[in-house]
Ligand binder design. Structure first.
Ligand code: KIV
Length: 275
């Protein structure tokens, strides 16, 4: 858990200053319930476009809009007071031009109250990062396995496994750092590459499937809590079988409703509960 005061939200400069310091603890959240519970334990909450999959049941992250993520972002910001909250920029909302990226990022930030946005992409997007940062929008850059590029990558698979593609990811990371990104998410890359990038850049790296060599770690909360309904992926550690617990609780509720065991007197108005 972070040592920050629970009454003050972690700021962008504070996270930026965590390079080579205490590891950054990060998780995703898409709604109030999980955001409220995880807030005291994490430094950084990402309202990820993974919402397309875990909140809406789509097969990938491409099917979510600016308005949807802005609304999820507002729910997460309203439910938290400690963690720095970032909202993902959805597929198609920033790739076309820096101007379009600015309009959508500003909409996401003003609607949600989040402190920053995250974009996926290589060197071609570095000018967009610079454009946003210069206009007051802090940016988290996401390189390596980029789920929004699923169709060009030909599937969700580890990246940077040969020298040329590893070099490309290094160039992407350096370009985003030079453009002013304050955090770098490294996804689906091997330990030597994660170590190399983490040592090369002056901004903190946050890994997901990218080894302990990063300055922090992020996972999708539903994966950690056993609520994603899918098999546990190799890079995930599931800390709770939430699905089994909820099934059992709801099964008990259903049995109580059917048997009349619920509601009891204390749940009813105008009936005195027996002492
Ligand atoms: O959308 C997401 O949840 C992400 C992660 C880094 C987990 O981009």
């Amino acid at each position: 858990m972070s040592t920050h005061s629970i009454t003050k939200r972690v700021s962008v400069p504070e996270l930026r200053a965590r390079k080579n310091q205490e590891k950054i603890v990060a998780l995703t959240a898409h709604g109030c319930a999980i955001a409220r519970i995880i807030d005291e334990h994490v430094d950084f909450i990402l309202v990820g476009d993974s919402a397309a999959m875990v909140a809406y049941g789509h097969p990938n992250t491409l099917s979510i809009t600016v308005d949807q993520l802005a609304a999820h972002g507002a729910a997460v910001v309203n439910a938290t007071s400690h963690a720095c909250v970032a909202v993902d920029m959805p597929f198609g909302s920033y790739q076309e031009s820096p101007e379009l990226a600015f309009r959508n990022a500003a909409k996401i930030m003003s609607t949600s109250g989040a402190s920053c946005v995250k974009i996926e992409g290589g060197t071609v997007l570095a000018p967009t990062v610079r454009y946003l940062v210069d206009r007051g929008i802090p940016v988290v850059a996401h390189v390596g396995l980029m789920p929004q590029y699923l169709n060009t990558m030909g599937g969700f698979r580890a990246q940077g496994l040969d020298e040329a593609s590893a070099q490309k990811i290094i160039e992407d990371a350096l370009a985003h750092e030079a453009a002013g990104a304050f955090l770098l998410v490294l996804e689906g890359i091997g330990e030597p590459l994660a170590r190399k990038i983490t040592n090369m850049v002056s901004i903190p790296t946050i890994g997901i499937g990218a080894s302990p060599e990063c300055d922090g770690q992020i996972l999708v909360s539903e994966d950690v809590l056993g609520l994603s309904g899918s098999k546990v992926l190799r890079f995930v550690k599931q800390y709770l079988d939430g699905e089994a617990l909820i099934r059992s609780a709801v099964g008990q509720y259903a049995a109580d409703v059917k048997s009349g065991a619920f509601p009891e007197a204390q749940h009813c108005f105008g009936i005195k509960a027996a002492k």
